[in-house]
Ligand binder design. Structure first.
Ligand SMILES: Cc1ncc(C[n+]2csc(CCOP(=O)(O)OP(=O)(O)O)c2C)c(N)n1
Length: 683
C-alpha cells in the first residue's frame, strides 16, 4: 500500500499526544478511579478521539465558539483544558470548570487565546441553538458593530447521532440556514444513543444523506477514524464556514469502543458489531499513518503525565459546602464571559428612583416601547427580536417602528421556534450582547423550557465564569375582552421556581418603565411580564417617568394604606383588589409586589405585623401558586402577629376558558375578592 503523506497543516505529533492522553485518562478512570469510587460518572471517548482533536486544533480564532457534549473530552484537551483540570472535574474537585458543581464531563471553558467552549448542558440536543446564537453574535459584532476582532470567527456545535433527533438540532438548522450563519454542525455518528441504534434517529441511519438537499447547508460525510480522510473533511468544513460561505454539517462515523457510560455493559450490541468497531479504532490507524513516530516513548511519557495529573487533581480541595448556593445571581464580581459587564460596559447611571412625570399619560404598551427605544439608542449591543417583532412591530405592538428606526440587524423577526429564540439568545448573550427576546404569549414559552432552565443555572454551573444576562418580555394573562387556555396564562409560579431568573410583573406604565430599565441594565436573566388586559387600558396609564427612571427590583408599592387587612397582589389583580376594597375605606392595605423574584418580604411582613391579617390575590392557579410562598413566609416569621387565618384568592386549578361566563368563573373577580375581604375583616 502506498503511504499517503500526512497533511502538513496538521501538527500530527500533537494529535498523537492528545489522543494518547485522552485514552490514558479514560483507561485510568475505568480501571482505577471509577472502581475506587473517586469518579462517579465515567463517559469514555474511546473511538471518538481523533476527529475531536483535529477539530479542536483547528479552532484557533480567539472568537471561535463551540458547544460540546459529555463525550467531548478529546476536543477539550485539544482546546486547552489540562489533564489535571479534567480529572479534577471528574473527581468533583475545585480547580475544574464548574468547581465541583456539575458532572465532570459537562464542560465549559473561557477562551485561552482560541476557542471559547460555551457552558455545556446535560440535556441532549440543547447544545445547538446556543451555538447558532454565538454564530449570530459573530455576524452582529463583525458586520454591524464593525469589530474586526470578530471577523473570520465561527461557531461549532458538537453532538452525537442521537442528538440530531432532538428539537434543538432542527431549530438551529433552520436559524443558521435561513440567516446564512457561520455554524458547523459536527456530528459524531457512533450509531448508538445509549442502546438505541441510529435507525431510530433518522431514516436510513445517515443524517448527512438525509440533509443533502437542505437549502443553504453544505453537507460533508466521512470516516472520523481515518486520519487522512478525517483531517481533510474537517479542514474543508472549517474553511468553508470560516470563509463565510454559510453553515455546514459534517457527519463523521466513529466507533464507540466502550459502553455509553462505565456501567453500560453493551449487552444490546451484537458481538460482530463490537468486533467491527474494534477494527475501526482510530489509534492503531493513526500509528499506521505515522510510522516514524516513536510511539512507545510517547506512550510512556503520556502515561507518566496522566499519572501525575491524577495526583495533582486528587490534591485539589473539595469545594466548601457553604459555597453551594453562591453565583446563582450576580454577586458583584463580574463573570469572565457573557453579557455586557466583562467588556467594561457600564450602563448609563440610573440613580433616579423617583419618577419625574412629564407629558400626557401613556399606555403600558407605549411605555414599554419608549423604554426599549431609549435603551436601544444608548446601548448598541442590545438586540430586540421574536416572532413578528420586526416589520409588524409585534402582535401586541410593543416594538412598532423600532425596526424602522434601528434597522433589521437590531430589531428582527425570528423563525417560529421558542427553543430557537431562547437558545440563540443564550448564545448571543455569551458573545457579550444584550438579547431582548419577545415570547408572543406566556403559554408559548413552553417549547423554550429547556433553554430557560439551562440559562438560569449557567452562572452557577460555571462558578461565575460565564453568565447570559437577557430580558425576556412576555405578554401574560387574560385579554381586555376575552380569555382562553392558550393566550391567558400568567404562570409566574413556575418561573419563580425556575432557578436564576428575576421576574418583573408591573401593573402600570410607570412601573413598567422603571422595571424594564433596571432589567435592561442588570447582569442577570430577567422575565418581564406585560399583562394583556393592561396594555392599552385606562387604569394602567401613567405619565412617562423620565429617561433615567429606574425602579429597583424587590420593592413593593403600597397602593393604598389600611389598618385591618393586608392584601398582597400584582399585575391586573391590583385593580380588582382596589375595587373590592372600596367598601372599607382606610381598612384594607394593598401591596403591589411589582416583582416576584425577588419579592419584597420586608414590606409584606411589616404590613401584616401592623394589620394582623393577610389575603393574597393572584390570577395564576391555586395549587403551588406564589401565594403559598408568601403565606409560608408570614407563617414562619410573623405568626404571633396574626389575628385570622391567612387567605388566598386564585384561579381554581383549571385553564382559562374561552366563553366569557366560564372565564368569569375562573379568573378571580371583584365579588370573590370582596367576599374574602369581608370574611377576614369580620374574623
Ligand atoms: C433531553 C435528554 N434526553 C435524554 C437524555 C439521556 N441521555 C443521555 S445520553 C443519551 C444518548 C445520546 O446519544 P448520542 O447523541 O448519539 O451521543 P453518544 O452518547 O452516542 O455519543 C441519552 C438518551 C438526556 N441527557 N437529555
Amino acid at each position: 500500500m502506498t503511504q499517503i503523506p500526512p497533511s502538513p497543516a496538521v501538527d500530527w505529533p500533537r494529535v498523537a499526544r492528545l489522543l494518547l492522553t485522552s485514552r490514558a485518562i479514560d483507561t485510568i478512570e475505568e480501571q482505577e478511579l471509577t472502581p475506587q469510587g473517586k469518579v462517579t460518572y465515567q463517559f469514555s471517548a474511546k473511538g471518538h478521539e481523533l476527529a475531536q482533536i483535529l477539530l479542536g486544533l483547528s479552532l484557533t480564532h480567539p472568537r471561535d465558539g463551540a458547544t460540546v457534549y459529555y463525550r467531548s473530552r478529546p476536543f477539550m484537551l485539544a482546546a486547552g483544558l489540562t489533564p489535571p483540570e479534567t480529572l479534577a472535574a471528574d473527581m468533583a474537585k475545585t480547580g475544574s470548570p464548574s468547581e465541583g458543581r456539575d458532572v465532570g464531563v459537562v464542560f465549559s471553558m473561557t477562551s485561552r487565546g482560541a476557542v471559547t467552549v460555551l457552558p455545556a448542558s446535560g440535556d441532549v440536543g440543547a447544545q445547538y441553538t446556543p451555538a447558532a446564537g454565538w454564530a449570530q453574535g459573530i455576524f452582529y459584532r463583525a458586520r454591524t458593530l464593525k469589530d474586526e476582532n470578530w471577523s473570520g470567527a465561527l461557531a461549532t456545535a458538537i453532538g452525537g447521532d442521537g442528538s440530531t433527533a432532538a428539537n434543538g438540532f432542527w431549530a438551529a438548522l433552520n436559524i443558521v440556514t435561513t440567516l446564512h450563519l457561520p455554524l458547523l454542525f459536527f456530528i459524531e455518528d457512533n450509531s448508538y444513543a445509549i442502546s438505541v441504534p441510529s435507525l431510530m434517529q433518522t431514516p436510513g441511519m445517515n443524517i448527512a444523506a438525509n440533509l443533502s438537499a437542505y437549502q443553504g447547508l453544505h453537507v460533508l460525510d466521512g470516516d472520523g477514524a481515518d486520519p487522512l480522510e478525517a483531517s481533510q473533511k474537517i479542514a474543508a468544513a472549517v474553511s468553508y464556514v470560516r470563509a463565510g460561505e454559510g453553515p455546514c454539517l459534517l457527519r463523521l462515523r466513529v466507533p464507540r469502543l466502550m459502553g455509553h457510560t462505565f456501567i453500560d455493559d453493551q449487552a444490546y450490541k451484537p458481538a460482530a458489531k463490537r468486533a467491527e468497531e474494534m477494527q475501526r479504532d482510530p489509534l492503531p490507524r493513526l500509528k499506521q499513518f505515522l510510522p516514524d513516530l516513536d510511539w512507545e516513548k510517547l506512550e510512556e511519557e503520556v502515561k507518566a503525565e496522566v499519572r501525575e495529573a491524577v495526583t495533582a487533581a486528587s490534591r485539589n480541595r473539595d469545594p466548601e459546602p457553604e459555597s453551594a448556593p453562591r453565583h446563582l445571581f450576580f454577586e458583584g464580581q463580574p463573570q469572565t464571559q457573557g453579557g455586557l459587564a466583562p467588556e467594561g460596559f457600564t450602563p448609563p447611571r440610573s440613580t433616579l428612583h423617583t419618577p419625574q412625570p412629564t407629558g400626557p399619560r401613556l399606555n403600558f404598551l407605549d411605555a414599554v416601547r419608549k423604554t426599549l427605544d431609549y435603551e436601544l439608542t444608548r446601548n448598541p449591543k442590545m438586540l430586540v427580536f421574536g416572532e413578528d417583532v420586526g416589520l409588524k412591530g409585534g402582535v401586541h405592538g410593543a416594538t412598532l417602528d423600532l425596526q424602522h428606526k434601528f434597522g433589521c440587524e437590531r430589531v428582527f423577526d425570528t423563525s417560529l421556534s421558542e427553543e430557537g429564540i431562547m437558545g440563540s439568545a443564550v448564545g448571543m448573550a455569551l458573545t457579550g450582547l444584550l438579547p431582548v427576546p419577545e415570547i408572543q404569549f406566556r403559554k408559548y414559552a413552553d417549547p423554550a423550557t429547556e433553554q430557560i432552565n439551562d440559562c438560569g443555572t449557567l452562572r452557577w454551573r460555571t462558578a461565575n465564569k460565564f453568565a447570559a444576562p437577557m430580558v425576556v418580555r412576555i405578554p401574560v394573562g387574560f385579554g381586555k375582552k376575552t380569555g382562553d387556555p392558550w393566550h391567558s396564562v400568567t404562570g409566574e409560579a413556575i418561573y419563580a421556581h425556575t432557578l436564576g431568573w428575576r421576574i418583573a410583573f408591573p401593573s402600570n406604565a410607570e412601573d413598567a418603565v422603571g422595571l424594564l430599565r433596571t432589567a435592561l441594565r442588570s447582569n442577570d436573566p430577567t422575565f418581564f411580564f406585560e399583562h394583556r388586559a393592561l396594555l392599552d387600558t385606562a387604569p394602567a396609564r401613567r405619565p412617562y417617568p423620565g429617561d433615567e427612571y429606574a425602579l429597583p427590583f424587590g420593592v413593593a408599592a403600597t397602593v393604598q394604606s389600611g389598618d385591618s387587612l393586608t392584601v398582597v397582589t400584582w399585575g391586573e389583580m391590583v385593580y380588582r383588589a382596589q375595587e373590592a376594597a372600596r367598601a372599607w375605606p382606610g381598612r384594607v392595605e394593598i401591596l403591589d409586589l411589582r416583582t416576584i423574584s425577588p419579592w419584597d418580604r420586608e414590606a409584606v411582613l411589616a404590613s401584616v405585623k401592623k394589620t394582623g391579617k393577610c389575603l393574597v390575590v393572584h390570577e395564576d392557579t391555586l395549587t403551588g401558586g406564589f401565594a403559598g410562598e408568601i403565606i409560608a413566609t408570614i407563617a414562619a416569621e410573623a405568626f404571633q402577629f396574626l389575628d385570622a387565618p391567612m387567605g388566598r384568592v386564585a384561579a381554581p386549578d383549571c385553564p382559562v376558558p374561552y366563553n366569557a361566563q366560564l372565564m368569569g368563573a375562573v379568573v378571580p373577580n371583584v365579588e370573590t375578592i370582596a367576599g374574602r375581604m369581608a370574611g377576614l375583616l369580620a374574623f
